[in-house]
Design a protein around this ligand. Structure first.
Ligand SMILES: Cc1cc2nc3c(=O)[nH]c(=O)nc-3n(C[C@H](O)[C@H](O)[C@H](O)COP(=O)(O)OP(=O)(O)OC[C@H]3O[C@@H](n4cnc5c(N)ncnc54)[C@H](O)[C@@H]3O)c2cc1C
Length: 272
């Protein structure tokens, strides 16, 4: 089957093509799209790509971080100011995958992928969507809910910069150092007078898309991060999740180990 590749200098033109061309798929780093092409996925008829420099733009201030959707994991790892995100970017595939894998592509990667998306969800990120007639902002959480319903081109993601040591991440895998997730947990845990104030916790591989752990977040509110105080949050760790069954782990196993790793993460007991 013939596949047409269309390259646009402007993101707006790429977005327009994506919504009008038959069987169009945007090409980020291609770690998943090219695999699908090589497997002759009949749904892909047109590859849309863009050389717009805004896709690789990084803006970091003391309060806010904005990342172009075309930034690769390797590019993020080269940015010292993004050190809090390095534990996430570093565990996405091996070096070859990280050289190509983009932030934007991670938001659309099917479970068990989506480690970076889970981190962004915990950071309460907003996405900017490019359209033929301008841009609009959509909360990442909302994008994830309806990402499979239509084609949107994400130009960037932005979030408030977390205060020192409030962001935590763990990826549980069976194949070290570069296996895919059994599950991943990202958490932003701001403290006020030693008590949790506005926790956000997100999981990857615990549902069709990365999901928030709302029940656990609520149970943590106003509590210190000690063994007794986090127990109610651990008890509801899997509420609202619908883990996948795959070659890495069954849904049952994912539910069994989630509380163990959430507890370790909250207590700062090392990585899973
Ligand atoms: C060997 C291997 C190991 C991997 N390990 C991991 C892992 O450990 N953790 C993990 O999370 N993922 C992993 N992945 C999956 C994948 O590499 C990453 O999720 C990566 O971030 C996807 O980005 P990409 O740019 O390569 O996406 P692409 O393959 O280019 O695209 C993936 C999907 O996203 C869409 N897309 C891409 N960019 C945009 C955009 N800006 N706007 C809208 N849609 C867009 C594409 O149209 C496509 O549907 C792995 C993949 C491989 C092949």
């Amino acid at each position: 089957m013939t596949i047409t590749v269309k390259t646009f200098a402007r993101l707006a033109d790429a977005a327009a093509a994506l919504s009008t061309e038959r069987g169009a798929r945007f090409l980020g780093g291609g770690t998943l799209v090219m695999r699908a092409v090589n497997e002759t996925d009949p749904a892909i008829e047109t590859i849309v790509r863009s050389t717009d420099p805004s896709l690789r733009h990084i803006a970091i201030s003391s309060a806010r971080v904005e990342l172009g959707a075309g930034l690769t994991m390797a590019a993020l790892l080269a940015e010292r100011e993004l050190a809090f995100l390095h534990p996430v970017a570093r565990v996405i595939g091996g070096p070859a995958v990280r050289t190509a894998a983009t932030v934007g592509g991670n938001l659309f990667a099917q479970s068990p992928y989506g480690d970076f998306a889970a981190a962004l969800l915990a950071l309460d990120a907003t996405t900017t969507l490019a359209g033929g007639f301008g841009q609009r902002e959509v909360a990442l959480e909302e994008l994830l809910v309806r990402r499979d319903q239509g084609v949107s081109l994400v130009s960037s993601v932005a979030f408030r910069r977390p205060t020192t040591r409030t962001f935590r991440f763990v990826k549980v895998t069976r194949v070290h150092p570069k296996g895919v997730s059994v599950l991943s947990i990202a958490a932003q845990l701001p403290l006020m007078s030693g008590r949790v104030n506005g926790a956000r916790i997100a999981y990857a591989a615990m549902g069709r898309t990365p999901v928030r752990a709302r029940a656990a977040e609520r149970a943590l509110e106003g509590r210190p991060l000690d063994a007794a105080a986090v127990a109610p949050a651990i008890a509801v760790a899997d509420e609202g999740t619908a883990p996948i069954d795959d070659a890495m782990a069954s849904a049952w196993w994912r539910r069994q180990i989630l509380p163990v790793h959430l507890r370790r993460l909250l207590l700062g007991d090392g990585q899973g």
